[in-house]
Design a protein around this ligand. Sequence first.
Ligand code: ATP
Ligand code: MG
Length: 361
Amino acid sequence: MTMKLLILAGDGIGPEVMAEVVKVIEWHKRQGLDFVVSHDLVGGAAYDAHGTPLTDATMERAQGVDAVLLGAVGGPKYDNLDFSVKPERGLLRLRKEMDLYANLRPAQCFDALADHSSLKRDLVAGLDIMIVRELTSGVYFGEPRGVSREGNERVGINTHRYTESEIARVARSAFELARKRSNRVCSMEKRNVMEAGILWHDVVEEVHKAEYADVELSHMLADAGAMQIVRAPKQFDVIVTDNLFGDLLSDCAAMLTGSLGMLPSASLGAPMENGRPKALYEPVHGSAPDIAGQGKANPIACILSFAMALRYSFDLGAEADRLEAAVEDVLAEGLRTPDLGQDEDTRSVGTQEMGDAILKA
Ligand code: ATP
Ligand code: MG
């Protein structure tokens, strides 16, 4: 079966790191994998060409492929644009219209970088956790919202709202993932102070009991969870949580691993007719305008995002393992882009040299 990819490299370092992913895809094509790749514009690049950060034609193209690979959007050049055409709006439209409700953010600590973490080596070496953040609902979207006047003062309102089906579908994503990993899910909410947290807890329990009783399920209040992620992160396998807590907890977990330049992500939606989920893969980092155009961006986050595509869109787990192992090897050899720091045992390389070394490995 052909595997259709749409590449939206975007702005800043987006095209630089994506160029290394293209090399990796070409390599896989030479091994006989039937990837069909198309390219299009998103973010500031699309605004420059078309006056909008995502055209309808691009949106349609994204709906018609198996996976979208995105680089990064935005940059200082676009800071003063009207809110409706800001580069980030292009990405938000993609997520919203593709209904990508499960945001997967792994926090994995490669051994060669374990001393680079903000924590002690024995706390993070070998760390491999996956945070599943609900991405399309919760307090960032709930109505009513806004700033209004009440009497003689202003009031800011956001509504933390979840429906049963919104919770159930992201819970299923987490349980499915756990089955392919260490078979453990920890659900985090704050049911002690939030009604939606009570519903979250109960629905996760129900889905577990009815469909995933083989998976080990635990619950933690999200504040205690934040503490545990820093205190003893290796106790977790898959963590499932809502949009707001997932935003915070995944950034928190990210700091365990070293650099922003190492962190991939996947955003998945419902299965399409061919059984593959709607999917968008992107590095966690942004367009990094401070280093754009200098050839020194770390391409690993973007390459690992493609490894996630291999695993979650195309069921090519062995190929994903191989790509991740190549990254591990290259780091073990001591190659480092500038963001990964330096010592007497390492060698500083640029974006392309890092990509080539991974390809060789
Ligand atoms: P955005 O709003 O697009 O997320 P940001 O300013 O919040 O942008 P980044 O663009 O990710 O965040 O940049 C944050 C810092 O991390 C910058 O100093 C940037 O140079 C650095 N950085 C981000 N990604 C990489 C990378 N792949 N390689 C090296 N450094 C990076
Ligand atoms: Mg940012």
